[in-house]
Design a protein around this ligand. Structure first.
Ligand SMILES: Cc1ncc(COP(=O)(O)O)c(C=O)c1O
Length: 469
C-alpha cells in the first residue's frame, strides 16, 4: 500500500553501523539515526511523562529525572503542550461571555467541528464533505451501520475478522439482532489459517469471492488492535464492492499511523477515534467518513438538529433540511472542549505531514524489529536464550508502528519488570505485549533504551524462573 522507501530498515541500520564502524546494536547507531531524523524536534510539542510520575516505577532501577519510554500511543497518545492554552481560551470565553461564545471568537462553538475538518483531510485522504467529527467511535459505527446495513433475505451477512475489537463485535451482533437475524448465520468471521496469527489477504478475498453474494457489509479494522496487522484496505474494498457489498473500516489503529486514501480507494464508510495516534485525549471526539458517491443516496437513520442545514437550523420550524453527506449524520451540537485538544494535535500533524511521519515510522519500527530479532530472534532457540517472537507482519506494507510481541518466558513478569523501568506499553490477552514507537514523539534512542530495559527484564526473569526457554 505504501511506496517502499529506497532502503529497507534493516539495511539502513546495517549501513549506519558500518559507517560508524560499530555493531548495529551500538548506542551510536540510535544516536546517528536521531541526528538524521528531520522530525526529531516534534517531540518538543508534547508532554513526555517522567518516570517518577509513573505508578509502576521502581526508582532503584531507573533515574527519577528520566523521561518514560512511552510506547503506548496505540492506546492513548500524549498530550500536545498547546491543549491547555486552547482549552483555557474557550473556558475564558465561556466565563466572560457565556452563550455568545456559540457564535463569536476564534472558534464559534456551533461550527467548531467544521472549522477543523480541513486538518483531517490529509490524514484520512478524503475531502471535507466526506468527513464528520462527532460522538465516539462505537457510536459512529452504529450510526453508519444503521445506514449501510440493509439486509435482505439473500444478502444478510456482515463479514469481519476474528477477534475484532470487542466493541465492534458487539456493535455487529446488536445490529444483526436489531434486524432479527440469527447471529450464527449472519456474522461471518474470518480466522487466520491454522497455526498462523495474522490473515492472508488472498484468504479474505477468497471468502468475499465465494460468499460475497450473501454479504451485505464487509467491516474490517484498518489495523488489527492485537496483532498490529494493517489490512489491505484497497484490495478488500475493491473485492467487496465487486460482489455488491458495502465496505467499511474501523480505523482506530490506522488513523494518524499510516497513510490513508479513503476517497481514492472508494471505501464506502469508515470511523475512528482521536485518542490514540491523534492525541486528542481520553474519550476524544470520534470521526466518520461517508464516501462522496453516497451523498444523495445514503441517509442517516437517526437524525438530530445538527444534521439540519446551518442557514435554517435556528428557524426552529421543525421542517428538516438534511445536510447531504457525512455532516447530515451529526445529531448534537459539537463539544468545544473535545475539539480543542484535537485541534492542538492536528496542527502538529499538519506541520509534520503524514507522508514524512509514515516514512520515519517505517524506519523507527523497523529498527525496533531489527533489534528484537538480533537479540532475541527465533534463531536463538536452542541457545538457552529466551525468545521474543513478533506476531505483527514483518512486511512494512502490512503494519503500522505497533509490534506485538510474545515471549518464551512469563509475559506478566516481563510486563511488570518493564513497567518498573519506566517503559509504558500494554499487555493484551491472550499473551501479547503491544509496543508502539510513535514517530511524532518517539526517538531511535527510545527504541535503544527499550531494548536495554527489555534485556534487563528478561535477565531478571531468567534469574527468577531459571531456564525459561
Ligand atoms: C479497534 C477499536 N475499535 C473500537 C474501539 C472503541 O472506541 P470507543 O470507546 O471510542 O467507542 C477501540 C478502543 O480502543 C478500538 O481500539
Amino acid at each position: 500500500m505504501e511506496p517502499l522507501p529506497l532502503e529497507l530498515p534493516a539495511d539502513t541500520v546495517q549501513r549506519v553501523a558500518s559507517e560508524l564502524r560499530c555493531p548495529p546494536t551500538d548506542e551510536r547507531v540510535a544516536l546517528r539515526l536521531d541526528e538524521e531524523d528531520k522530525l526529531r524536534h516534534f517531540k518538543e510539542y508534547f508532554y513526555i511523562p517522567k518516570v517518577q510520575d509513573l505508578p509502576p516505577i521502581d526508582l532503584s532501577l531507573v533515574n527519577k529525572d528520566e523521561s518514560a519510554i512511552y510506547f503506548s500511543g496505540n492506546s492513548l497518545g500524549l498530550q500536545p503542550k498547546t491543549v491547555q492554552t486552547y482549552l483555557e481560551e474557550e473556558l475564558d470565553k465561556w466565563a466572560k461571555m457565556g452563550v455568545f461564545g456559540h457564535s463569536i471568537g476564534k472558534w464559534p462553538w456551533i461550527t467548531a467541528d467544521e472549522n477543523i475538518l480541513g486538518l483531517m483531510t490529509d490524514i484520512v485522504g478524503a475531502n471535507e464533505k466526506e468527513i464528520v467529527l462527532m460522538n465516539a467511535l462505537s457510536v459512529n459505527l452504529h450510526l453508519l451501520l444503521l445506514s449501510f446495513f440493509k439486509p435482505t433475505p439473500t444478502r444478510y451477512k456482515i463479514l469481519l475478522e476474528a477477534k475484532a475489537f470487542p466493541s465492534d463485535h458487539y456493535a455487529i451482533e446488536s445490529q444483526l439482532q436489531l434486524h432479527g437475524l440469527d447471529i450464527e448465520k449472519s456474522m461471518r468471521i474470518i480466522n487466520p489459517r491454522e497455526g498462523e496469527e495474522t490473515w492472508r489477504t488472498e484468504d479474505i478475498l477468497e471468502v468475499i469471492e465465494k460468499e460475497g453474494d450473501s454479504i451485505a457489509v464487509v467491516l474490517f479494522s484498518g489495523i488489527h488492535f492485537y496483532t498490529g496487522q494493517l489490512f489491505n484496505i484497497p484490495a478488500i474494498t475493491k473485492a467487496g464492492q465487486a460482489k455488491g457489498c458495502f465496505v467499511g473500516f474501523d480505523l482506530a489503529h490506522a488513523v494518524g499511523n499510516v497513510e490513508l486514501h479513503l476517497h481514492d480507494w472508494g471505501v464506502d464508510f469508515a470511523c475512528w477515534c482521536s485518542y490514540k495516534y491523534l492525541n486528542a485525549g481520553a474519550g476524544g471526539i470520534g470521526g466518520a467518513f461517508v464516501h462522496e458517491k453516497h451523498t444523495h443516496t445514503i441517509k442517516p437513520q437517526l437524525v438530530g438538529w445538527f444534521g439540519h442545514e446551518l442557514s435554517t437550523r435556528f428557524k426552529m420550524d421543525n421542517k428538516l433540511q438534511l445536510i447531504p453527506g457525512a455532516s447530515g449524520f451529526r445529531i448534537s451540537n459539537p463539544p468545544i472542549l473535545l475539539i480543542c485538544p484535537l485541534y492542538a494535535s492536528l496542527e502538529i500533524f499538519k506541520k509534520a505531514t503524514m507522508k514524512a511521519l509514515r516514512r520515519k515510522s517505517i524506519l523507527l519500527t523497523g529498527y525496533l524489529e531489527y533489534m528484537i530479532k538480533h537479540c532475541y530472534g527465533k534463531d536463538k532457540e536452542g541457545t538457552k536464550k529466551p525468545v521474543v517472537n513478533i506476531i505483527t507482519p514483518s512486511c512494512i506494507e502490512d503494519r503500522g508502528c505497533q509490534l506485538t510481541l510474545t515471549f518464551s518466558c512469563p509475559i506478566d513478569y516481563i510486563f511488570q519488570e518493564l513497567g518498573k523501568r519506566g517503559v509504558v506499553c500494554d499487555k493484551r490477552d491472550p499473551n501479547g505485549l503491544r509496543v508502539a514507537p510513535v514517530p511524532l514523539y518517539n526517538s531511535f534512542h527510545d527504541v535503544y533504551k527499550f531494548i536495554n530495559h527489555l534485556s534487563s527484564a528478561i535477565d531478571s526473569a531468567e534469574r527468577k524462573y531459571g531456564s525459561v526457554v
